[in-house]
Ligand binder design. Structure first.
Ligand code: SAH
Length: 363
């Protein structure tokens, strides 16, 4: 299908019906419905990850990613005073690959591995099934929402989870910031501007008006999540590691869709493509006041500091030439500046009394 062709909206389509009924909706609502609508949502129906799917993530590129994060967690656990039990929480675990790799690495520290109480926050039944398979030997508990995870000393990890949380977009006009909405015409979904202030305009705060047409992105659910995580870490101890592609500050239009490893029109055939937007780590840092924040640090630098080179060399010892080439190529994809090395960033939130975790020592 031509990604630029406007999508015909089927009358059965839930988003089309919603807009036909109540008028244009916010970009945040559009994103939430497109990704996690219980019946039509992109993540709810199938497993979109991997070479045969729509996009590939760091844990799917190499086992080394999850292994290094597992060791990072073990390190943090010792800095916390080795609490037993300790919650190991993952937000949006995809196929469960990162967690499976992290647990295998954690097994090299048996006292740490034995202390782990594993909790996954996952909206998708299809992906929960994949996670259940991947983690058959370490059955986790599942939750729809982070708020449902029990309290206690905690290690939390999330890779490419925050980018899926809905953003509000605002466009600079002569009348001030106006929220960008998604409407519907005969040819399909269309971006329109709200004629006046919308409730989400309250989120803009002190952001000065930009040049006409400038776009501002604000993700209130991520700020709330960062605040919740920070409060729990300050109360019970622990550390959270959030990895995602970032933007510096709220400015700029980063909304994008991907299908079959290619850019896709965000508004075309929602539910059939992944939709994501860059993460504003500065906004998360602001929301996490009360805890300590570390980074963001470029992913390449973070992984190399954690020992990616040594891990790759260890894996290469028993590898065939083809396997050794695959290990090299995975390391390159994860760390090279023109690959994921700079675009993706690692960011940590810790209890205020924790030392800077591994990989963040200079922050
Ligand atoms: N962390 C995995 C998967 C990233 S894709 C990896 O790196 O491979 C995003 C993940 O977040 C998927 O598991 C998706 O189902 C989940 N997800 C997206 N929005 C969610 C929400 N609002 N609540 C819970 N899980 C969500």
């Amino acid at each position: 299908m031509n990604a630029d062709a406007p999508a015909r909206v089927s009358p059965r389509d839930s988003l089309g019906r919603l807009i036909a009924l109540q008028g244009p909706i916010t970009v945040a609502r559009f994103m939430a419905e497109a990704l996690t609508h219980p019946r039509d949502g992109y993540y709810m129906r199938a497993d979109p990850l991997g070479a045969a799917g729509d996009f590939t993530t760091a844990p799917e590129i190499s086992q080394m990613f999850g292994e290094l994060i597992g060791l990072w967690c073990a390190d943090c656990w010792r800095a916390m005073g080795a609490p037993d039990p300790v919650l190991l929480v993952e937000l949006g675990p995809g196929r469960g690959t990162l967690m499976a790799d992290a647990l295998r690495a954690a097994a090299t520290a048996p006292d740490f591995r034995a202390a782990l109480d594993i909790h996954l926050v996952e909206a998708s039944p299809a992906l929960r099934a994949r996670q259940e398979d991947a983690l058959a030997e370490a059955p986790p508990s599942w939750h729809n929402d982070f708020a449902d995870v029990p309290q206690g000393p905690m290690l939390l990890i999330a890779n490419e989870f925050l980018d899926a949380l809905p953003i509000h977009q605002f466009v600079a006009t002569a009348q001030g910031w106006r929220e960008r909405l998604v409407g519907l015409d005969d040819d399909g979904f269309r971006f329109v501007l709200a004629p006046g202030a919308t409730p989400a305009c309250a989120l803009i705060g002190a952001n000065p008006i930009g040049e006409a047409g400038a776009v501002l992105e604000i993700r209130p659910t991520a700020a709330l999540l960062a605040r919740d995580i920070a409060e729990r870490l300050a109360a019970d101890g622990g550390a959270a590691l959030l990895v995602d592609f970032d933007k510096t500050g709220p400015s700029g239009d980063s909304l994008q869709a991907v299908r079959g490893h290619k850019r896709h029109d965000v508004l075309a055939d929602p539910g059939s493509a992944d939709i994501a937007a860059a993460v504003d780590f500065a906004a998360l840092a602001e929301a996490a006041r009360g805890a300590r924040v570390h980074g963001p640090v470029p992913q390449g630098e973070f992984l190399e500091t954690l020992g990616l080179g040594a891990r790759a060399a260890a894996l290469a010892v028993n590898a065939t030439p083809d396997q050794a080439a695959a290990i090299d190529s995975a390391r390159h994809r994860l760390t090279a500046p023109d690959q994921m090395g700079i675009l993706f960033k690692a960011f940590a939130i810790t209890a205020p009394d924790m030392p800077a975790p591994a990989g963040f020592a200079t922050s």
